[in-house]
Design a protein around this ligand. Structure first.
Ligand code: MV4
Length: 484
């Protein structure tokens, strides 16, 4: 296969910058498309070439006829879709292939398979992966659905086959509520995804959300890079991710790895991907879905494994064989990622785009920042609210928690409210410190944490200089320290 010389990045923000960095390290020319509201994006300046897409700021990253036309015009060999936008469009992957451009990702048929939650469950079960008991065909008849729910036993969960982000999902505690919930779930699915197909599953109580990172080349070599614990979420949005999971038994871990790699080998999967599982209170685990893209939280796996996932993804697309087999891969220590969002915890986490008037990112040993933010950058309100990611690493769990506390206390983002104060609370929470959390953790703790959260309101003043900001940071740091 031909070497990739030029890549077009069909994405924005920190992930566009992350892909540019990988391109530079691989001596590949990087080009980006960008919307008119993104003209001041740091990634637009750092890319070797940048092409503005007039019109709707979201369509700039979604209109694939336009993106492919540009790709051909400027002579790119491959397109990297990042996450979100076109990354999980089988149609786009196919369209790239049809136009002689390498799609840096899995094959279209695998994107399509895993885009269908029900079909992927069946496929994974067939290759030996445990799945949650439930219906195996799309249900349209509500009476059939109810009978299945009764057979499974309540509580059950109704899920949209083409859903995501918790939409089209309903937990049903008892039979009497079933009809109403089923209607609500399917209506929501039609509204958001255009298809109302739904299925029913046994509801798992207090699960942990564990995902296994897979890397597979075009020659049937499949390896895993360990797991991530993504249990700390709010409204189905991940807030903190941890690698490896601090309280996972070695038996469960080994089994997760074994079934994951075997399944991907048997399905002929290629590129990188993540297999998501729920782990219940008795350590049983069940496949829920697979993400056929590079994920936001990939850096924590890079840090503990020393493997550059984006570089690997590009090289796999190029037709390279994996240069490491499973027994050569070692993970070391613990990494935590904190998603820093422009949102106001005091106002129900409502998005708070706007101008960053002060920006001082933490540094020092064991600290990585993946962000496109800088002082005076204006976060546009057109996209998601993530400002960047703080990733910390240490040899052991207590060490990484201390590292996180220190790094979060150093972090200054002024001008807009962020969720940094929430992160500072979490890393001081005893259950978190002991590694005890599941998917219900944040819901249960949030109100108490909000109660006495310290907000850096002083940072909101525009035009303040860094000296002032540093003084404020020292005060906030001291306050956080005193509060333990
Ligand atoms: C579940 C579940 C309990 N039982 N499935 C939420 C999003 C989607 N990816 C799957 N989700 C869940 N599926 C069964 N059979 C609980 C959740 C769930 C959840 C999962 C992972 C992380 C956070 C969550 C929060 C609420 C519910």
């Amino acid at each position: 296969m031909a070497k990739i010389k030029k890549i077009l990045i069909a994405n924005r923000g920190e992930i566009a910058l992350r892909i540019i960095r990988a391109c530079k390290e691989l001596d590949i020319v990087s080009a980006v498309v960008y919307s008119t509201v993104d003209a001041k994006g740091v990634w637009v300046r750092k890319a070797d070439e940048a092409y503005v897409m007039d019109g709707d700021p979201i369509q700039a990253y979604l209109n694939y006829e336009r993106i492919i036309a540009l790709a051909k015009e400027i002579g790119v060999d491959a397109i990297h879709p990042g996450y979100g936008f076109l990354s999980e469009s089988a149609e786009f992957a196919q369209y790239c292939e049809d136009n002689g451009i390498i799609f840096i990702g899995p094959k279209p048929e695998h994107i399509a398979l895993f885009g269908d939650k029900m079909a992927s469950k069946v496929a994974m079960q067939e290759v030996g992966v445990p799945v949650v008991g439930g219906s195996e065909d799309p249900i349209t008849d509500i009476n059939v659905a109810k009978q299945i729910a009764k057979d499974i036993g309540f509580p059950v969960i109704i899920k949209a086959a083409f859903g995501g982000g918790g939409r089209g999902m309903r937990i049903v505690a008892k039979e009497e509520e079933f009809e109403e919930m089923f209607e609500a779930a399917t209506n929501e699915a039609v509204k958001f995804f255009g298809k109302g197909d739904a299925f029913v599953e046994k509801y798992i109580k207090n699960p942990r959300h564990i995902e296994v990172q897979i890397v597979a080349d075009k020659f049937g070599n499949v390896v895993h890079l360990g797991e991530r614990d993504c249990s700390i979420q709010r409204r189905h949005q991940k807030v903190i991710e941890i690698a490896p999971s601090p309280l996972l038994s070695e038996e469960v871990r080994k089994e997760l790895y074994r079934v994951s790699t075997k399944a991907m080998f048997r399905l002929g999967y290629e590129s990188v991907g993540t297999i998501e599982f729920l782990v219940d209170e008795d350590d049983n685990f069940f496949f829920i879905e697979m993400n056929t893209r590079v994920q936001v939280e990939h850096p924590i796996t890079e840090i503990i494994s020393g493997i550059d996932i984006i570089q690997r993804m590009i090289q796999i697309a190029e037709g390279d064989k994996l240069i490491f087999m499973q027994d050569e891969i070692r993970t070391r220590g613990y990494a935590i990622e904190f998603r820093i969002n422009a949102e106001d915890p005091r106002k129900g986490f409502q998005p708070s785009p706007g101008k960053i008037t002060t920006y001082l990112a933490p540094g020092g040993p064991g600290v990585r920042i993946d962000s496109a933010a800088y002082k005076d950058y204006v976060i546009p309100g057109n996209y998601d609210s993530m400002v960047g990611k703080l990733i910390v690493w240490a040899l052991d769990w207590p060490g990484v928690v201390n590292k996180a506390r220190r790094a979060l206390d150093e972090f200054i983002v002024g001008g807009i409210p962020t969720n940094i104060p929430l992160h500072r609370k979490i890393v001081r929470d005893l259950d978190f410190i002991e590694g005890k959390f599941n998917t219900t953790y944040l819901d249960k703790k949030l109100d108490d944490m909000l109660e006495d959260m310290v907000f850096d309101i002083e940072y909101k003043e525009e035009g303040e200089d860094n000296e002032e900001a540093a003084r404020v940071a020292a005060i906030v740091g001291a306050m956080n320290y005193m509060r333990g």
